[in-house]
Design a protein around this ligand. Structure first.
Ligand code: HEC
Length: 169
């Protein structure tokens, strides 16, 4: 008979201890969850790519190809090789790969036979394509700078817009 209260106590203490362990454990695991969710938040924040012209190249290439096919291909050909004696190649051309404004000038204002650098051998005249929109020009300019083996920084719509406003007549 004497032993019973002892047994009760032991059981109560045991149960209390168990409850404390369970409580501590649940606190711990909820802390872990908090940490994990804040980690994923940081990851999504730092994942967005930087905004540089190169990032837009795939779009310029897809849209620029359409303009090129419609407007430029008859003279400069699908491979950018031009037509001997008539239209110059765009592949490996300084006017394509070099100064952006020089190329924009040729595309927007055109060029008569005899681009300074020994081009008088091309009998055709290139009319200006100023009737194209800023976006179309940026697309086709970026396209020819990155096709036919060419590789140069794309030309942005903003660059076309500012070239135009600086060269208004
Ligand atoms: C009617 C034929 C014709 C069409 C269409 C044409 N071009 Fe030209 N392009 C020429 C000729 C000819 C020249 C060389 C002009 C010169 O000798 O002054 C030239 C020169 C150029 C040059 C300079 C090349 C260099 O190496 O000096 C670029 C860049 C160019 N064209 C881009 C374009 C683009 C982009 C289009 C379409 C929007 C286009 N051209 C449409 C005939 C054409």
């Amino acid at each position: 008979m004497q032993k019973e209260p002892y047994l009760k106590h032991t059981i109560t203490i045991f149960l209390l201890g168990l409850a404390v362990i369970v409580l501590l454990n649940s606190c711990n695991s909820s802390k872990k969850e908090d940490k994990a969710s804040s980690e994923t938040e940081i990851q999504t924040l730092t994942k967005s790519p930087p905004k540089v012209p190169e990032a837009d190249l795939p779009r310029y290439m897809a849209e620029g190809k359409k303009v090129y096919k419609q407007v430029c291909l008859t003279c400069h050909q699908a491979n950018g090789g031009g037509v001997s004696g008539l239209n110059p190649p765009l592949a490996q051309s300084d006017n394509v790969l070099g100064d952006k404004n020089r190329m924009l000038e040729i595309i927007i204002k055109g060029s008569e036979a005899g681009l300074e650098d020994n081009r008088s051998e091309y009998a055709n005249v290139m009319q200006g394509f100023g009737m194209l929109g800023d976006e179309e020009i940026a697309n086709v300019a970026s396209y020819i700078r990155n096709s036919f083996g060419n590789k140069a920084e794309p030309i942005t719509v903003e660059e076309v817009t500012s070239f135009r406003s600086a060269n208004k007549k």
